[in-house]
Structures are given as C-alpha cells and as structure tokens.
Design a protein around this ligand. Structure first.
Ligand code: ANZ
Length: 835
C-alpha cells in the first residue's frame, strides 16, 4: 500500500513550483493554442460533490494529452458565485454573502487542488468580484445601447405570507418550499433582453460548430422555429379581430372553434354577459398555475365557452370562441384555430366539450395529423397539403386577412431578479425629463437607446439612464439585513442612501440624494433588481484569457490567439439555458465588434450524472451523498480520478460503487510495484502490449472513451505481472500515458526507476504501428461462398465480435439483408455467411 498523502502533496508541490500548468500568453510562445473548458461551479456551502470531478478529470486528461502534443493549453477554473443559496445562507446567519462566498470559494479551491487537476490557477475568475462584474455591467450597457434591453411586466411567483418573490425552484405545486405557504403568479416590472432577435443567428451558428448531436438538437428544439401563417378571424357583432398562428393553414376549412389563452387581452371584451361569471371563475382557477403545470401532457384539458362567435375568413363559417389552458399566451399570438380532425390537442378538447370534428385531410383515422390530400375545402379540395398551404395563404394575403409567418418557441430573456446577491444594474431611473436636453445626450453618454426606456408608476414617468462607464463597477452596497424588503423588493431597497440619488443630466454624474436638489440635477432612483446568475456565466470564458486587464474585458491579441474555445464540456442540464444564453451573448458582442469569432465554442460535449450506489440521485435529504474529500483522504487523489473515469461510459448516468473505488486503488498499488520487474532486456509480449496500449489509449481519449482507456492500462499492467519483466523504456512510456489519468502515481513510478524530470514536460508517447499490427490478422468474409470483403481484427478478439464486425462491413451487409441461415467460422482465416 503506497502512502498516498505523502505522494499527492509531494507532486502537487512540484507542479506548482515549476508552473507546469501555466498557459502562456500569445507573446510568450510560438506554440499553437488549445483552449479546453469545463463549466465553472457554483461554490456552495456543501463543498465539492463527486459529480463535479467527473467533468474536470475527463477534460484534465484531454488537457494533459494536448500539452504532450506540444500545444499551449489553457485549462482554467473559476467561480459562478452569485445566487440564491448564498443569499439564503446569509439571511439565516447574518453573515454577508460576500463573506460566505469567500469561505466557500476557499474550500472549493482547496478541494480541487487536492485532486491534482491541471488548472492554471493564475487565471481564476469570480463573477462576484467587482473587477469582474464591472464588465458584466458594461456588457449590459451594450445591450441597453443597442436597444436589446427593455422593461416589461412579467409574472413571477409571489408569496404573501413570506412577503417575497420566489424563484421557480422555490415553489412546489403552488406552495413555497420554505413554510409551505400558498403562492400566486403576480405581474412585476422586469428587465428583459431581446434574445428572440437572435433566433435565426443562433440556429445558423449551429451549422458552424461540432456539438454532440443531442445537444445540437436540444438547442434547435428550444429555439423552436416553425413556419406557418397568421390568420385573422373577425368577431360576430364586434369590431375586434382575433389573430391566430398556425403551422397548418391547409386545414383552415376544418376549423370548428377558436381557443384563446386565458390571459389573452381580448377575453374581457369578448365574453358574453351570460358566460361572464363562469369565465371569471375559470380564470381564478387557471391563472395561478405556471406554464409547466398547464402544459403537462397527461393533464386533462380545461376551458370555457366565451359565449361569442368568430368568422372563418376563408368560408365565412361561424365558430364558437373558447378559452383554454392548453393555449399559451406567450406562444404564437396566444390564440389558436382549432382543427380537431387533425390536431391531437384540439381533438382531445373537442371530445371533452362535445365540439364538432370536421375532416379536411383525407384519411381513415379519426384524428390524422400528417399532411395529405385536402377534402371538404372548396376550391382547394384535391390539392396536396404543401401546395394548399401556399395557395390558401396567398388568397388570405390578397384579402389582407393573413400572412406567412415564422414563429419561434424561444422567448425573450427575463433578466431581473428581486434579489440582493447579483450584479446591480448600472441604471438610474430619473424623473424630471422636462429639463433633459436630448440633443446633448450623445456627447455625454455616447450611444443611447434609440427609444428611451420608460416606466410609469403611480402616474409618474421614469426613464432609465445609464451609469457612466468610468463609474463602473457599480458596487453592491452593504446592508444590515439581507432579507427581502417586502413588497417584492430585494434587500437593496433598504439601502436608501444608495437607492435615492440625484442625477446630473449634463454630466451623467450620480450622487447621494442629500439636501435640496441642486440646479441642473434631477431626482433618481437606482434600479434595485439585480441580474440573474446566468449573466456572469455568459462570458467568463473570455475573462480567463486576460483576467487582470483593467482597461478592457479582454485584449484583442488574446482573443485573436485563443478564441474560439476548442472544447467545452458541461452538463446536459445546461444545454438549453446557459449554452444558449452564452452563445447569444457572445454573438451579440461579436456583432458589436468586440470579438473576432461569432461562435464561442467549437466543440461541446456532455457528461452523465453520477448516481448513488442504489441508482438514485444523490441528495442531502436521502443521506446518500459521497464526499470526494473522504475518498481522497482514504485512497488518494488518483484513486478518485481514475475511478471517476472508469465508472462507466462518459455520457451516461452511472451509479457510484465503493467496491469499484477499492478496485481502482488496488490497481494503483500494483502499478507502483511494477519497478520490481525492471529488467535490462525487453520482453516481446510486454513490448507489443505497450505499443498497443499506447495506440488504443490515445485514440480512446480523443473519443472520450475514458473507461475503455483505463481498462487498456489495466490490461497492460496484467501483462507485465504475467511476464514479470519490463524494460525501463517501456515502464517510462507507460508512466507517460498513465500521467494523463493518475499523475501522482505516474510521477512517483517514474522517479522510482530514476527518471529525473516531471512527466508533465514530456512529449506524447509514440507507438510503432508494426508492433501493433502484428497482433492483427486478416479475416476473409464470404457470403454464400463468394468473397465479399475482409476485416482486420486483433488476434484475441472473440468469435462473436468478429462475426458482428463482419456483418457490419458495408460490402458484406448489402448481401446479407435477409435472414442468415448459417454462420461458418474458421478461426484466424475466414467467415462465411449462408443466406
Ligand atoms: C391549427 C392546426 C391544425 C395546428 C393542425 C396544428 C395542426 P409549433 O409547431 O409547436 O409551433 N398553437 C399555436 N399557438 C399556440 C399557443 N399559443 N398555445 C398552444 N398551441 C398553439 O405549433 C404550432 C401549432 O400549435 C399551431 O398550428 C397551433 O395549432 C398550435 F392540424 O393550428 B395549429
């Protein structure tokens, strides 16, 4: 048993002394850059979780291999440290969130350092550092100037009892997680960012990058582009018009009713007197559900008749108008034309409320949702859907009751939080615009939004003015108590000296509102919402390039050298939000001329979760969380590292196993005793096994098959133990590969046989193709006795796998499409399929 504590700290100290993981700046090197990135963690009070190192060790292997290939590797780490849990902890304990964050970060850093990960710690960033969020604020002002930031009323969860706004994850089935009090949806003024303007660019960008297929698909689905039409229905005995969005204008003749979202702005003006009380009752019930509850697929659809009728523009037919919870106010136009014969949601609704079903696409089925040939559709009957879509929309366009339309599922980004622990908006709301000389604004502030951002409250109108760039960062003020101020406002509202200011419209200067309002100044209030913690994580990978730059968020030279990120690994749970937001943010800054490339990440991969022993999710409440510190304490860093790589296919969710951990530790103990077999002459079996191992492992690293790579290392060690002989050269070549996975043990082993340098400074081990191939044989493949191809396989490949490979050989596959009657296998020579 080796002494892991001694060995771990010994090598960690050497790496630090020799700065082997330091990424060189472009002016210091001729080497090509390689930028690999993992999602930086939120430094929670609970410390590191065994899930974190799965991604970190995997990309550490990649980083180490790339260094050995001669690349200048950047592998950085930092902290995404704003957020709710820290604020809540601060509220409970009375400590300031900044203090809590510092403690948590120190702990996380110590934990990560104990794993021997090859991060360049000189580039650490922290989103809560004012020198960092200064630039987040500066970037927000870019959105503001470009007209992509605006304010709007949006619904948030509100808990009367707690007197606070709650985040989605704090509300469970309409009750507060804390205290179990009822919560309601309440509209509040929010900052919004117009990400929807970028829907097309974000889709196009996906063609330029190499993302895991399911990641790319999720991005596309989230943006949700659909082509269709907007169609206008008039309302009987009313001047109102109802616009619907549909992807199936070819089914327009099959409309038997319309459905509006309960929040649709026309509901109150369309409801008939007889239906009014029923509708109002329904609204109370449904408006307190959030989108997820309403959309749940298995959920029974609900709705009520408004008592009024609309007119189908294509045939003048009269159809009833309903409201229903399956129609979302924020999608399309918030109203649908229901075609129960060809849409399942409409069909379900029609069955439940006994509404007519009218077939307009030929089919035997009751509800047929595909394209087809039109029937019962007047002059369009007999046309195919594709043609009818064009023709019907053409007709509607001519009559000015409809038009082609592309709709997106993507919504604008709600960019405010009613929280203390976030970036303050660099915005002052000012009153007294009578004195505002609009002509001068450009001289003082540079660019301002074309349309001023105005907010009306209690009959007063406020306009959003920027804090000057030279006054950034706008720091979070200290407050006594971090609990929300009630009324939906964050604790920032309590910092009155900070909130209430005078604003100088001549110079943009801001000062505390003390004494009488001086001439030339207007009253102002600082924005008391803060940014969501997605903001800081949208651009952290840029700051790593130049973390101490005080003049720019990153220098141009550094951007030109490093960007884009070559390889970004992160959780599948971040595919739709973080990945999309950060691509958007980056693309926007690119359009503003600040960045050299449009897409930030050339490649994106994803890892699976680590589950508890029984296959459940690890969670504090179940008491099944494995603490990585304990594993490192008891077994050493390399055991944890190798175990996390060996645990299973990288992209899949896998359960933890303590036996597995012990097995890995045994393997490492065996490794450290391999010097006992040191011999002057080379054993041919070991030599061959070594070349093969090197070849396979290097390949498997690139394919992220880390578990298979570890198995290759184990296989090699078994051969050495069997032959009881290994040359110094072979042992060092093995150590170089092992260094990617278990760097402490690898360096120790190399030192034991007299190697005087760090393995981290070595080049990639080489392999001799001849020595690898020797172990392979060629197998001829016949179908019905005729030669159709051949495959190369390793000598020890089992029969089943050879047959499988043979069947998949393209030229063979086409001859064996039917049933295979017989498989003839002549070991080492040929396979014959009889079909
Ligand atoms: C009539 C129709 C007939 C439809 C048919 C489909 C099939 P995607 O592709 O997801 O964008 N829809 C439109 N707005 C909606 C809203 N606010 N809430 C819920 N559903 C809405 O879906 C577009 C289709 O979803 C639209 O096309 C509309 O139903 C419905 F045989 O219109 B369709």
């Amino acid at each position: 048993m080796y002494n892991h504590q001694e060995i771990d700290s010994k090598w960690q100290k050497k790496w630090e002394e020799e700065k082997v993981y330091r990424a060189l700046n472009p002016e210091e090197t001729e080497k090509e850059p390689f930028y690999c990135l993992v999602e930086f963690p939120f430094p929670s009070g609970a410390g590191l979780h065994v899930g974190h190192p799965r991604s970190y060790t995997a990309i550490d292997v990649i980083a180490r291999k790339k260094r050995a290939e001669g690349k200048n590797v950047l592998y950085p780490m930092g902290w995404d440290a704003f957020g709710l849990p820290t604020e809540q902890y601060a509220i409970k304990t009375g400590k300031s969130p900044a203090e809590v964050t510092k403690e948590n970060v120190d702990n996380f850093r110590k934990q990560l350092k104990s794993l021997g990960l090859s991060f360049d710690w000189e580039r650490e960033v922290n989103t809560t550092d004012p020198e960092y969020y200064k630039w987040t604020q500066w970037m927000f002002l870019e959105f503001y100037k470009a007209g992509l930031a605006y304010v709007d009323e949006r619904e948030v969860w509100w808990c009367e009892e707690l007197g606070t706004v709650l985040a989605n994850e704090e509300v469970i089935n309409g009750k507060s997680e804390r205290g179990d009090f009822p919560c309601v949806r309440k509209p509040m003024r929010q900052w919004m960012i117009r990400i929807t303007d970028y829907a097309e660019k974000l889709l196009d960008g996906l063609n330029e990058v190499d993302f895991l297929p399911q990641v790319e698909k999720q991005q596309r689905d989230w943006i949700g582009r659909s082509e269709g039409a907007e169609i206008e229905f008039s309302v009987e005995n009313s001047a109102e018009k109802i616009r619907v969005f549909t992807t199936r204008p070819d089914t327009l003749f099959g409309v038997t009713y319309l459905v509006l979202a309960p929040e649709h702005r026309l509901v109150q003006s369309l409801v008939s007197d007889e239906q009014k009380s029923e509708v109002d009752n329904y609204l109370v019930e449904v408006l307190n559900k959030d989108e997820q509850e309403r959309l749940g697929n298995e959920k029974e659809k609900t709705g009520v008749f408004l008592g009024t009728y609309a007119v189908n523009p294509v045939n003048g037919e009269k159809v009833p108008i309903w409201i229903g919870d399956y129609v979302l106010v924020n999608a399309g136009t918030g109203a649908v034309m229901a075609v129960p014969a060809h849409d399942e949601r409409d069909f379900e609704f029609a069955k439940k409320f006994d509404l007519p079903v009218k077939q307009v696409i030929e089919s035997e089925e009751e509800c047929f949702t595909e394209s087809g040939v039109l029937v019962n559709s007047g002059e369009f009957s007999g046309m195919k859907s594709e043609e009818a879509k064009l023709k019907i929309v053409e007709k509607l366009e001519k009559e000015e009751v409809g038009e082609k339309k592309i709709s997106y599922r993507l919504r604008d980004w709600v960019f405010s939080r009613q929280r203390y622990w976030g970036e303050p908006f660099p915005i002052v709301w000012v009153k007294g615009l009578e004195n505002f000389d609009l002509a001068k604004k450009g001289e003082i502030f540079g660019e301002l939004p074309e349309k001023p951002i105005v907010f009306e409250e209690n009959g007063e109108s406020w306009i959003a003015m920027p804090v000057r760039e030279k006054d950034l960062p706008l720091k979070l003020p200290e407050v006594e108590d971090y609990a929300p101020a009630g009324d939906g406002k964050s604790a920032l509202a309590k910092a009155e000296n900070w909130v209430n200011v005078y604003y100088n419209l001549e110079s943009g200067e801001v000062m505390e509102a003390k004494g009488d309002l001086p001439e030339g100044w207007v009253e102002g209030k600082r924005e008391i919402d803060t940014m969501p913690n997605w903001a800081g994580s949208c651009w952290y990978f840029l700051r790593y390039l130049d973390p101490k730059n005080e003049k720019e968020f990153v220098s141009k030279e550094k951007l030109d050298y490093w960007m884009p990120v070559d390889w970004y690994n992160g959780g599948m749970e971040h595919t739709t939000l973080h990945l999309l937001y950060s691509r958007f943010w980056h693309r926007f800054l690119f359009d503003r001329g600040w960045l050299p490339v449009a897409e930030p990440y050339a490649k994106r991969t994803s890892h699976g979760l680590i589950l508890a022993e029984g296959g459940e999710k690890m969670s504090k409440s179940k008491g099944n969380v494995v603490n990585p510190d304990e594993i490192v304490q008891e077994f050493g860093a390399d055991t944890l590292r190798v175990y996390e790589l060996f645990i299973g296919p990288f992209s899949e969710a896998v359960p933890w196993s303590n036996n597995g951990v012990i097995g890995v530790r045994r393997f490492l103990d065996r490794v450290l005793k391999m010097d006992e077999f040191l011999s002057n002459d080379e054993n041919q079996e070991v030599l061959r096994a070594r070349h093969k191992m090197v070849k396979e492992v290097l390949m498997e690293i690139d394919e992220m098959k880390f578990n298979v790579a570890v198995a290759e290392l184990m296989k090699f060690v078994n051969v050495v133990y069997k032959e009881k002989k290994i040359s110094k050269e072979s042992l060092l070549e093995f150590a170089k590969v092992l260094d990617f996975f278990a760097p402490h043990v690898a360096n120790e082993l190399a030192e034991k046989v007299g190697f005087g340098e760090l393995l981290e400074k070595q080049n990639l081990p080489e392999f001799d193709e001849n020595l690898v191939i020797d172990e392979e044989i060629e197998i001829a493949i016949q179908v019905n006795g005729k030669l159709r191809g051949s495959i190369k396989v390793s000598i020890d490949l089992p029969r089943e796998e050879i047959l499988e490979k043979a069947k998949n050989e393209p030229n063979v596959a086409k001859f064996i499409e039917g049933e295979i009657k017989k498989e003839i296998f002549v070991p080492g020579k040929l396979v014959n399929f009889v079909v």
